[in-house]
Design a protein around this ligand. Structure first.
Ligand code: APR
Length: 255
């Protein structure tokens, strides 16, 4: 996709969005795969989407339980062989700077890529977990992934030899209770929700903007194309790449 032409209408919307953020008492960001696309990480759906080339069955919890080696081989290929080298882009960086300068309280993310933390964001709720941590399927011991040697699959627990699972949410697996609780609390508390790069096709994450809207938040949305939110809850739609929109907002906020 080429650079977005900054039309007068878009400049006006960017200005209004920055004004809302400036005035906000409690602004929260809600991010999806689209924010990391310009860090070289493919989204799940649409053009270049992971689910176009990879069977999601490898990420179903029942499949993992039955065939952990097969599941791990695919997961290593699609996540672990590349995510470690990915770097945050300017959209992640502006969010971190917004937090540092008290324009933003927290980030709720569906991404497992750890790029918000790598950019410097401190208050991040990962509702779909993280690739960075592995958890034992037998004794629940947790490890940073750097402790596991993924040349030997599936990795096993140092304590009980049980199979380790990436601490990300698989299909048909409940989402982490703490992150879910905190994310919905944030949604109800915020007066501005900044949605970046998500299709919002999975529950309960897709309900977060709806909850925020019900509680009176203004919704700013950044996406290269309209999503399910755009004509339902969004107040200001910035049809732009995440890096372009966030770098413009960063300038307007004098970050
Ligand atoms: N800038 C902004 N938005 C972008 C960009 C970009 N450069 N590139 C793509 N997008 C948008 C797409 O238009 C789309 O709306 O990002 C969104 C990505 O959508 P999905 O691939 O469906 O990702 P996401 O919404 O995060 O998926 C949610 O689904 O399969 C599960 O667990 C997985 O966390 C994931 C969840």
């Amino acid at each position: 996709m080429n650079s977005t032409l900054l039309t007068k209408s878009l400049i006006d919307k960017l200005w209004k969005a920055s004004h809302l953020i400036r005035k906000a008492k409690y602004a929260v960001a809600f991010t999806g795969a689209g924010i990391s696309v310009e860090s070289g990480i493919p989204p799940f759906r649409g053009e270049n989407g992971l689910w176009n080339t990879t069977d999601p069955i490898f990420l179903e919890i029942e499949f993992f339980r039955k065939k952990p080696l097969q599941s791990w081989q695919k997961i290593k290929e699609i996540f672990y062989d590349s995510l470690g080298d990915a770097e945050p882009n300017i959209a992640h960086q502006v969010l971190a700077k917004m937090e540092e300068r008290s324009f933003l309280e927290t980030v709720i993310t569906q991404n497992i890529d750890h790029l918000h933390q790598k950019a410097g964001s401190k208050y991040v709720y990962e509702i779909h977990g993280t690739y960075k941590q592995l958890v034992c399927t037998e004794c629940s011991s947790e490890y940073d992934m750097s402790f596991a040697d993924l040349n030997y699959l599936p990795p096993t627990c140092f304590v009980c030899k049980g199979i380790l699972k990436p601490d990300m949410v698989f299909f048909n697996e409940p989402i982490p209770a703490f992150a879910k609780k905190r994310s919905f609390e944030e949604a109800q508390k915020c007066d501005v929700l900044l949605i970046i790069g998500t299709n919002a096709e999975v529950l309960p994450a897709a309900d977060i903007p709806i909850k925020a809207k019900e509680h009176g938040a203004k919704i700013i949305e950044i996406n290269i194309k309209p999503s399910h939110f755009t004509n339902t809850v969004t107040d200001i739609f910035l049809q732009m790449k995440a890096t372009e929109a966030m770098s413009e907002l960063g300038k307007l906020l004098y970050l």
